[in-house]
Design a binder for this molecule. Structure first.
Ligand SMILES: [Zn+2]
Length: 72
């Protein structure tokens, strides 16, 4: 495939449209599938997790712990 398809111009920045393999380096791009991305060289696979876990979403923001004495 033409190498220019791996990049796009956003404003004045060159943006990679595809991720490269963390094992093979920047010269090897990952093949994108519906639910995962894979490397054809080393079979590296990374799963897409679009949907956040419900338990994580429902979790309120962590507040700083108050260290008041119990008898205050
Ligand atoms: Zn690889």
């Amino acid at each position: 495939m033409p190498k220019r398809d791996l990049y796009k111009i956003e404003g004045d920045k060159l943006v990679r449209t595809r991720r490269h393999c963390p094992k093979c380096g920047e010269g090897t791009f990952l093949a994108e599938h519906k639910d995962r991305i894979t490397c054809g060289h080393c079979q590296y696979t990374e799963f897409k997790n679009k949907t956040p876990k419900p338990e994580a979403a429902a979790k309120p923001e962590a507040k700083p712990k108050e260290d008041k004495p119990a008898d205050a």
